[in-house]
Each structure stands twice: as structure tokens, then as C-alpha cells.
Design a protein around this ligand. Structure first.
Ligand SMILES: Cc1ncc(COP(=O)(O)O)c(C=O)c1O
Length: 374
């Protein structure tokens, strides 16, 4: 079977950043080299730490005529099966500074809260998690099983955050939020410093090989911004940075287009739940606004098929558990290669070493099984 058949893989929009001007020093003003290095030194000393696998999608690279496609498999990250384990848990450790009497709190759609709850459990701290009524019971249960007190709030994520801030202020709990606002930048920055160790692990593994393209999924942009900061810290060359988002929540694309933070109204929640965010966060935005070359938005249509192909080892030698937020990288890459204009615009050819981030495994097992079956 020809997996990259042009009819099968769709993107909605492809745009270029008119303000592109990648500047390593400028990027590292937002997350410093010291913050990045400290995150690596701390996290790599945690019990059970080991770098997640960097796999080769060799069947796909052969078919697309690319040199190599690397896939960073975060389904193997600690117990949490997602890169998110690096962020919230690390921020918990940093802000509590060994004080065992602190209670940490956060508002979450799921994965960040799990990381905070897991980080609190590691350190024996109390933890309060605020979720909106729309967060699934399975996700709430997962955080309770990590010992957190999970509080359901009427309304959406925003309402859960307001309630979290209110109760945390009244009770003197330490908020560990991954999204930044004007007066709340340090903790989100630490969270991103935690994510950036993915880039350190990648660079250690590829040795002297050069990465030419990085496809980065974005919700509020934290992971993408962290990986760009990691690229600025660790890579000698400057790869092309392509941000990918659900077409129903392409807030980074819209912001890059206008040159300032823009909100999008989410009318339909994407299957790619972790990426269904309406507004970029402030710290990542400062990094992404000039360092992203291109943005791609895509529909949900091909997610299940891509997940199945990962599971069947159709893209490379390995069977990979790729959750719904892990699928859009490969879809965007195939769609880009199938469109001659896009392919030549971003210089995808036989010299290209592309990095894709498999940011999660089956973090929501019910959803994973359902999508594989459908
Ligand atoms: C599980 C999950 N949550 C969230 C995100 C988005 O991260 P951020 O909101 O930091 O952009 C991703 C990655 O795309 C993800 O895989």
C-alpha cells in the first residue's frame, strides 16, 4: 500500500510568517540557558528517569523521498505517557523548594493537572485540581488516583481557573499553572524549561546529524515554544519551524498572521483535545512570533487513520502507541510533501531530516481504542 497517497491526507491552511527572524539570543531571553540547563539536571536525576525513544519512520521517509524522519516517542515518558510529565511536575518541585507544608493547585483540561498531581505525589505534597464540568470522568479519576483532591467547577476551563485562583488565594495554596498571563510568567516558564529537555535528549541521540525541519503541535504554544528554545540552546543550525494546529483552534496561526496575540472562538472541539485552545500563552508567544517559519492547520479527518498506521508499524519498524495529539505531525508532513508548492516552499527534499514530536501515547485509553476501531 502506498501510505502517502495524495488523496488521503489533508491540511486546511498553510501560511508563512512575514515577521520571521530567528534570533537565538532573543529567544533565550524568554527561557534562559540556565533555566533550560537546570531543568535537565534536575529532571534527569529523578527516579526512573530515562530518555524517551527517538524512533525512525524509515518506511515513510523512503516513500516521501526524505533523508530521515525522527519521531520522539513521549508515550514512554514516566508513568504519564506524555511530555506533560516534564512540565507541571518540574514546576511543582521548583516552586515548593523542598517545603513539605505547601499545597499546590491548578486548573486543567487534564494532562497538565496529571503532571502537577504526579509531581505533588512524588514530593509528598497536598494537591488541589480544578476541572470544568466538561472534563471527562476518566481524566478526573486519573488525577484522583494520584492522590489529588479534584474539584469540579460549573462552566468551562476559564471558570475552573477563576475558581482555582479564588480558592488558592483564600487558602494560601501555591498555583502551578502552565498558561501565562501578565503577572504570572515564572511558573509557565519553568514548565516550558521542563519540556525543553526533550530537545537535549534528541541532540544527545542524533550525535552530529543535522535536523532541518521541526513540526510542532500547539495548543497554547507551550510545547512548541519550549522546543524552539531547546533548538536555540542546543542546535548549531537553525531548522525550519512549522507549527501545526487543529483548524478549529488555530490561534497561533491567526496570531502569527496579524503579528499580535489573537483569540479564536472555538465552535467545535477538536479530537486533538490538548490542542483545542483559543489563545496563545504569553511566554510561548514571545518566542514563537519571530521563530516560526510556517503554520499549518488541519481537520480531524485523518487522525484515527494515522493512529492506526502508527500502531501497525506502517510508518517505520516500530509499533507506536500514538494518541490523538501525536498524529498531526505525520499528517502535516505527508500533506506538505504531497503539495509541490508547499514542499518546495519549505525545502523538503532528499537532504531533509525531519523531527516529529509524538507528544503522547494512549493518555485517554477509551478514546484511543475508539479511534483505532473507527
Ligand atoms: C497531550 C497534549 N496536550 C497539550 C498539547 C499542547 O501543548 P501546549 O498547550 O503547550 O501548546 C499537546 C501537544 O500538542 C499535547 O499532546
Amino acid at each position: 500500500m502506498n501510505i502517502s497517497n495524495g488523496q488521503l491526507w489533508k491540511y486546511t491552511s498553510f501560511t508563512e510568517n512575514k515577521n520571521y527572524s530567528f534570533n537565538k539570543n532573543e529567544i533565550l531571553e524568554n527561557i534562559t540557558k540556565e533555566q533550560i540547563d537546570e531543568a535537565y539536571s534536575k529532571i534527569s536525576s529523578w527516579e526512573n528517569y530515562k530518555p524517551t525513544p527517538l524512533l525512525l519512520l524509515n518506511k515513510l521517509s523512503k516513500e516521501l523521498g526524505l533523508k530521515k524522519i525522527y519521531y520522539k516517542d513521549e508515550s514512554k515518558r514516566f508513568d504519564l505517557k506524555s511530555f506533560k510529565a516534564l512540565g507541571g511536575a518540574y514546576a511543582v518541585e521548583k516552586v515548593t523548594k523542598g517545603n513539605k507544608d505547601i499545597t499546590v493547585s491548578t486548573a486543567t483540561a487534564g494532562n497538565h493537572g496529571r503532571s502537577v498531581a504526579w509531581g505533588a505525589k512524588r514530593l509528598g505534597l497536598k494537591c488541589k485540581i480544578f476541572i470544568s464540568e466538561f472534563v471527562s470522568d476518566a481524566r478526573g479519576k486519573a488525577m484522583r488516583s494520584l492522590g489529588a483532591d479534584v474539584i469540579k467547577v460549573k462552566g468551562n476551563y476559564e471558570n475552573s481557573l477563576i475558581e482555582c485562583i479564588k480558592q488558592s488565594t483564600e487558602n494560601n495554596w501555591q498555583i502551578v499553572q502552565d498558561v501565562a498571563w501578565k503577572d504570572y510568567m515564572l511558573v509557565p516558564t519553568l514548565t516550558m524549561a521542563g519540556y525543553s529537555i526533550m530537545m537535549k535528549e534528541i541532540v544527545d541521540e542524533i550525535n552530529k546529524e543535522k535536523i532541518t525541519h521541526i513540526f510542532l503541535q500547539a495548543g497554547v504554544g507551550g510545547m512548541a515554544g519550549a522546543m524552539v528554545a531547546g533548538a536555540a540552546r542546543y542546535l548549531e543550525n537553525i531548522p525550519k519551524i512549522i507549527v501545526i494546529e487543529p483548524d478549529s483552534a488555530a490561534c497561533v496561526m491567526k496570531s502569527i498572521e496579524s503579528g499580535k496575540i489573537e483569540k479564536v472562538q472555538i465552535v467545535r472541539e477538536s479530537l486533538m483535545g490538548g490542542m483545542s485552545c483559543g489563545e496563545p500563552s504569553l511566554v510561548p508567544w514571545k518566542i514563537l512570533k519571530k521563530s516560526v517559519n510556517n503554520c499549518i492547520s488541519l481537520p480531524d479527518d485523518d487522525i484515527g487513520r494515522a493512529m492506526k498506521l502508527f500502531a501497525n508499524a506502517s510508518f517505520g519498524q516500530d509499533k507506536i502507541i500514538a494518541g490523538e495529539n501525536s498524529a498531526p505531525g505525520v499528517i502535516s508532513l505527508i500533506a506538505s510533501c504531497n503539495d509541490e508548492k508547499v514542499k518546495s516552499k519549505i525545502n523538503l527534499d532528499h537532504n531533509s531530516n525531519v523531527l516529529l514530536i509524538g507528544c503522547e501515547g494512549d493518555t485517554d485509553q477509551e478514546m484511543y481504542q475508539k479511534l483505532l476501531k473507527d
